[in-house]
Design a protein around this ligand. Structure first.
Ligand code: FE2
Length: 259
């Protein structure tokens, strides 16, 4: 079994680059199941019902979220119509923090989404406690986790701690792809899958505006970067007999003619 996981999709540029390459990647890699992190897919923050529907029409099976899960408030009214939208288990609002179990090739795959604790939202249950609860509540053969977190040390510790129980711990949120993909005890691990969004940007936002905000302390609005996109993803291979991961392959497509 091969699972494609695409990192944080940021804005229209991120959506477009996925649309451009998705079918080709799925065909070339022989993908059985596709997950994307869609928490920033609507103009850099949140997701809308329309974008969810579009992702589904492209053949995306599950959409994970993060700290910006409900930044576009309209999605809250449509949650019942979006069964494949996975809300972080420890999102601190008391909303329906659902995870999903899918049947693929006769195996039950639990796709889970958890927020990290370090430098993230306040009042979240720890990622470790959240994972223990998910393992208890959701019966499955395989568990894949989108660990939406800032700190690499927290993610690496989580990976080692749960390596024997999961088939994949895939980091998201920093928007910067790390080159530390590896197997730990038959679990695929990467600290961050990376961003699908504008290549020349500050994790998706306009560079000049971020300079004015960070260096000069100016009050700015949320302006997205413009220009060609970068695609970041991983492919996880799972042995269906042993129910363990046997490979993790990092994908990155940068725009041509950009130095
Ligand atoms: Fe995030």
């Amino acid at each position: 079994m091969k699972i494609l996981f695409l990192g944080d999709i940021v804005s229209k540029v991120g959506r477009d680059i996925i649309f451009t390459y998705l079918d080709k990647i799925k065909e070339e890699e022989g993908i059985d199941f596709t997950v994307v992190n869609g928490e920033n897919s609507a103009h850099g923050k949140g997701i809308t019902h329309k974008i969810y529907e579009r992702f589904k029409s492209w053949g995306i099976d599950a959409i994970t979220l993060g700290n910006h899960a409900f930044s576009k408030k309209e999605i809250i009214d449509h949650l019942d119509e979006c069964p494949d939208l996975i809300v972080p288990y420890n999102y601190p609002s008391g909303r329906e923090n659902r995870q999903r179990v899918y049947e693929i090739n006769g195996l039950r795959l639990c796709v889970a989404n958890i927020l990290g604790s370090a430098f993230m939202m306040e009042n979240t249950m720890s990622a470790f406690e959240a994972m223990e609860e998910i393992l208890y509540k959701y019966d499955a053969d395989l568990y894949l986790v989108d660990l939406h977190a800032e700190a690499t040390a927290e993610k690496i510790l989580f990976g080692h701690h749960f390596s024997k129980q999961l088939i994949a711990t895939l980091g998201t949120h920093t928007h910067v792809q790390t080159a530390d993909e590896r197997l730990i005890d038959g679990m695929a691990y990467i600290s961050d899958v990376g961003m699908n969004g504008v290549y020349d940007s500050i994790i998706g936002r306009d560079i000049e505006e971020m300079e004015r905000a960070m260096i000069k302390g100016e009050k700015t609005r949320f302006t997205l970067g413009e220009g060609p996109g970068i695609l970041c993803a991983v492919v996880v291979t799972v042995d269906e007999q042993t129910k363990r991961a046997t490979a993790i392959k990092r994908l990155q497509i940068r725009p041509e003619n950009v130095v």
